[in-house]
Design a protein. Structure first.
Length: 333
């Protein structure tokens, strides 16, 4: 089912002239990433993930989705099929762990008809975002006072005022009454999920401690600290790289160089051509710099080198004294 949904989304995006990267096309199904598809249109970057059940989500996956969104300055598009009780409804946003989930039909309407969701799911029923200014104009045009409308709705006059000022949002039942009384079916205020504020509560130290770095990874982290650049580590398998790097400098010349993305190979038997291919495609789509940090005795096969992802030996990284030398090393690699 997920493959068919992805194919449908990919086709929709291509018709909208978006660049897309569908990892499922070439990745072993055992490997789980925090996105099923990446898209880019102009300056907008979106990561798409499909969830069969939005009430059964791995917390680590959610954490990686949030961190990837912050690092790429992208937005997650989370498509849900059902919750623990039933299928998700169209035109509705469901919130889980501070992230918005919508149905495939809702996304298709956003993309093709510019129709955004207007219902926010809540326990006991959803609330509807109405255009308060339009509601007020329609009410005054029909010469209906706030008191009269409140009596028809079974709410207080103060509540009607709050609806019109958009300080409160009516339930779906009340919204249906307002639409019927004012005889206007397009009273909805659209919720733009691409402007959703994604919050990541964890700090860098917590991420490193949670990740439980190996001796080799800890050595890489020490070098990064000595160079004076910031780092962010990821859970295994959820993102096609393990480490992202940022500058602490305010130099405007570095604006396009960071963030950097790196894979880690500390043993020869951990080499995987798939990792090179994923990182290369990721790099091409987002025009970012990606590379691999390897132990000194790891040998890269010639077939891997043709993929053209830079490889940095740990011994060369150890010789770097500052950020300027680090940038030169990456460029030369």
């Amino acid at each position: 089912m997920i493959d068919k949904i992805l194919e449908r989304i990919d086709n929709l995006l291509k018709k909208a002239n978006c660049e897309t990267l569908v990892l499922g096309n070439f990745i072993n199904k055992k490997i789980k990433f925090c996105f099923d598809l990446l898209l880019r249109k102009d300056d907008m970057i979106v990561s798409v993930k499909i969830f069969p059940n939005i009430d059964n989500i791995n917390p680590d996956l959610i954490s990686d989705i949030k961190s990837l969104s912050q690092i790429l300055r992208s937005k997650p598009l989370l498509i849900g099929i059902r919750n623990r009780y039933q299928k998700l409804e169209d035109y509705t946003i469901y919130i889980r762990e501070g992230l918005p989930f919508i149905t495939l039909n809702t996304f298709e309407n956003i993309l093709t008809n510019d129709i955004y969701p207007y219902v926010l799911a809540k326990r006991g029923g959803g609330i509807v975002f109405l255009d308060g200014l339009l509601m007020k104009k329609l009410r005054e045009k029909k010469i209906i006072s706030r008191k009269e409308l409140s009596e028809k709705l079974g709410v207080t006059k103060r509540t009607v005022c709050a609806y019109e000022n958009e300080r409160m949002h009516p339930s779906e039942k009340i919204a249906e009454k307002i639409i019927k009384i004012l005889e206007h079916n397009d009273l909805f205020k659209k919720i733009n999920i691409f402007k959703w504020n994604i919050r990541q509560e964890k700090d860098e130290k917590e991420i490193i401690e949670e990740f439980e770095l190996s001796d080799f990874e800890s050595h890489v982290q020490d070098i990064v600290n000595d160079i004076g650049i910031s780092s962010y580590w990821y859970k295994k398998g959820s993102i096609p790289f393990k480490l992202s790097l940022f500058s602490e400098s305010k130099n405007e010349k570095l604006e396009g160089f960071y963030p950097l993305f790196s894979g880690i190979f500390e043993e020869q038997n951990k080499l995987n051509k798939l990792n090179f291919e994923c990182l290369k495609l990721f790099n091409d789509l987002f025009h970012k710099t990606s590379f691999f940090i390897t132990n000194n005795d790891v040998k890269i096969p010639k077939t891997y080198k043709n993929i053209k992802v830079p490889v940095v030996k740990i011994k060369n990284l150890e010789e770097v004294d500052d950020e300027e030398e680090f940038i030169e090393l990456i460029k030369e690699s």
